[in-house]
Ligand binder design. Structure first.
Ligand SMILES: Cc1ncc(COP(=O)(O)O)c(C=O)c1O
Length: 416
């Protein structure tokens, strides 16, 4: 009775999630170190601004008058946001969506036929497989790998002023360009870049962006640039973006779920840049796709300008909090001989590598859950090589430290 693709969504829980459900059923408190749900970690967009923005929006949206591209007032606010970032994107090149995940779905539908290939970084967070299953396209992975050379700068990022630390090279993740090139085939339809990246924390530097875009140009391929973690940079002052290059066609994705800690408001966007005729055609077609559903909440669209503008002081303090939590997490992890890690350059996540080569990451994750009620993900959920665990560092620093101590205990026991 059901389509083959539906089997992908059967959701047979793996051993870790079976255990998690069993713990939840007993009513025990579970510490979810993977969730980057900011509200669960005490970060909330100010209620007073939300109320004001939505009460204004309700008056504006009272006569339903949808625009499949998104209301001009919302697109204008996004144009202004980019202008303040030093990037010029006219509002008529922006299409509103109900979030970045849906932006991907629109773009896969726009760019790829059945069984065409989409190049995506690995490790990766697990969203793409389900969107690819819905769109009947094939995800082909290109590698992000730990750099062979170090880059100058301490683990704590640009605030790391201690001479000893800042002079010492620090490893980073980087794009394996040979691997990327080797994966491009006749069926490749687009290259995805995620910077800052989930879950490694890799942020593509200027050289990487230029090389990535040169490859896109050479093969005449569009780029999907996922920048949902763009406000959270720990090393670079400035995020280099494909939109700043002469790549043939760039779809820049962002939204307010991470940027303003407002995932429930469901506002995202696709900003289209590149060659003029391709941009016009893309926007026209994306409008058609959006018109099929008209899915973006009208009140949320009218609230967006105030959410972005009046939320600036909150954004500043929120960014500072994430930065502080990142630094505290790095300090806590540096005291753990049981594991090593590459300090994230941005985002909310990091991958840690267990020192004991014999440790099995799934077994460790299960043990952590059973004995300490702490949930972390084994790296293979993200296609990481064996020996990695993935977690988010956005929880309160004292809690993070305490949980790492409990984790160190399990890791230490495992290595004996
Ligand atoms: C890299 C990345 N892109 C996109 C998304 C989804 O964003 P949205 O909440 O706007 O759908 C996530 C969610 O965690 C993410 O990690």
């Amino acid at each position: 009775m059901f389509a083959e693709r539906a089997s992908f969504f059967q959701g047979i829980p793996n051993a870790l999630y079976r255990e998690k459900e069993a713990i939840t059923r007993t009513g025990s408190l579970l510490i979810d170190l993977v969730s980057a749900n900011l509200h669960a970690h005490g970060i909330h967009y100010p209620r007073s601004i939300l109320k004001r923005a939505f009460s204004f929006a309700a008056s504006q949206a009272k006569n339903y008058c949808p625009d499949p591209q998104g209301q001009q007032i919302a697109r204008g606010a996004i144009q202004k946001y980019y202008a303040e970032e030093g990037v010029s994107i006219p509002d008529d090149q922006i299409v509103l969506t109900p979030g970045t995940s849906l932006s991907y779905l629109y773009l896969f539908k726009l760019l790829a036929n059945s069984r065409d290939e989409i190049l995506c970084p690995t490790p990766t967070y697990p969203l793409f497989d389900s969107i690819a299953a819905l769109c009947d396209v094939k995800i082909v992975s290109y590698r992000l790998a730990p750099s062979r050379k170090g880059s100058i700068g301490g683990a704590l990022g640009r605030d790391d002023a201690s001479p000893a630390k800042s002079a010492s090279p620090c490893k980073r993740w980087e794009i394996d360009f040979d691997h990327l090139q080797s994966k491009i085939s006749e069926k490749t339809r687009t290259l995805i870049l995620i910077s800052p990246h989930n879950p490694t924390g890799h942020v593509a530097n200027e050289t990487e962006i230029k090389r990535f875009c040169a490859i896109a140009r050479k093969h005449d391929l569009p780029i999907i640039s996922d920048e949902v973690f763009s406000p959270f940079l720990f090393k670079a002052e400035h995020l280099f973006r494909p939109v700043e290059t002469d790549a043939p066609l760039v779809f820049t994705l962002n939204g307010i779920s991470k940027m303003l800690a407002l995932p429930g408001v469901k506002i995202g966007w696709i900003a289209v840049t590149g060659g003029q005729s391709r941009v016009e055609k893309s926007v026209h077609l994306l409008k058609g796709i959006s018109d099929t559903f008209l899915p973006v909440n009208e009140d949320a669209q009218f609230a967006l300008p105030a959410l972005l503008h009046d939320g600036k002081p909150f954004m500043k303090s929120y960014q500072a909090q994430i930065r502080h939590r990142f630094q505290m997490a790095v300090l806590a992890l540096m005291t753990m001989p049981e594991c090593s890690f590459i300090p994230p350059e941005g985002g909310f996540y990091l991958a840690i590598k267990m020192k004991d080569q014999k440790s099995n990451e799934e077994k460790i994750a299960l043990e952590l859950l059973r004995k300490e009620k702490i949930l972390v993900h084994p790296g293979f959920f993200y296609d990481l090589p064996s020996g990695y665990l993935v977690l988010s560092f956005v929880s309160q620093p004292a809690l993070f430290k305490k949980n790492m101590e409990r984790m160190a205990h399990i890791l230490g026991v495992a290595s004996k």
